[in-house]
Design a binder for this molecule. Sequence first.
Ligand code: SF4
Length: 467
Amino acid sequence: MRLSAAWRRLEALTRPVHPEAREALARRWDALPEGARTPAQTLGRHTPGCEGTHGVFPRCNLACTPCYHSRDANRVAVSGEHTRMQVEAQMGLLRRVRGPQAHAQLIGGEVSLLSPDDHAATLQIMRSHGREPMSMTHGDFDEEYLRALVLGPDGSPRLRRVSFAAHFDMLMFGRRGIERPADEASLNPYRRRFTAMFARLRREHGVRSFLAHNMTVTPRNLDQVAGVVRECSGYGFGMFSFQPAAFVGDERRWHDDYGDTTGDEVWARIEEGVGARLPYRVLQHGDDRCNRAVYGFYVGRRYHPFLDDECPADVRARDVFFRHLAGIRFSGTPLPLLAAKLLRVAARRPVVLTEAAALAARLVRRAGIRRLLVHRVRPVSFVMHSFMDAAEVAPAWAAMQRGEDCDDPRLRATQERLRACFYSMAHPETGELVPACVQHSVLDPAENAALRRLLPLTPVAAARRRG
Ligand code: SF4
């Protein structure tokens, strides 16, 4: 009797895909617009999409141009208690609607304005809801802060792994030591300093990290994208994410004609920096107009995507993955458990093994055995996320709320993108999930105005005066 209970527990634990995750994926797939249900689509097959917090710590102590947050964001005091309560409620709703596993960004304002203890507690809350959290920062914090976040009072790690996305570009003002960067290259020592802190943490305390590099792109720094990729690809970032600027958020921070920078231009500059074609169509993340992503690895200075859309065998490998492995949680799953899940699939579907072996052989051939013996393999992905302008999101969303499809081609395209949105934010007070574009374009101003009353800065200002 006891044996069969243990067997059932083991069976449930090693089940490749959690049944609730499978149901949540199916719901997302069914809700996708017809045009987004392509053989390359990951949304609703492998992932429910990405998630982010909102209204949990709106304030920031740097100034970006553009800034996606409303003008009241910097008038809201940071409160760890508010952050923890809100994150708990938002993650609870995401867990109920989107299933037990997802990547979620702890995003506001600036995450390092939270005390290390509040920051650590918030990450734990996100994990307790099955979310793999990533803290979004401008990267201008000290090593002491990072250590206080990751290590407990006795000096041993309280977090075994952390993920950070650090925003570095010359359009941000107020970074300590380089208040107004002259160009992108002048920020490289700061980028290097950031990743070095995490390398030391790994060496000295065994804490693993995943680091992403975020960069807004406007006509001012478009020509420097290739240089950033070339120079910084070896710094230790596992992802480079680029955001062509949009007219959203605080209009006082709109300094250029952002419509002049197209996604194709930005992608071409990323490819120039990588020195290789980046075949983003082999995997689709929601709508191609919103997201492009390529996963691959460097061997020395040469970059190799894992999948090439012009290679039929690679496309077949992708299809086998979607058929038999989609929905398995790869990141955050302990290796022995992940191996057990994969073995269960392989035992029933040997084609998974043969396709994986054939893909591995192709990758070794492309990278070259001699180069593989000489150089370290460094996995790096390249991503582009193109927010939409508030002027289009607002009317398109209002029409969707009324159950109407827009006739205007631009607004119709906006609605298609919103329906295939990859990046959701939760509203526990209504039970609604909204695209991040809608959050920043439509909902942020009223939300931050209310937060300003709930968490006024006044006590801080008064304390400063007293001091
Ligand atoms: S947040 Fe906006 S740009 Fe991003 S995936 Fe969703 S709809 Fe597209």
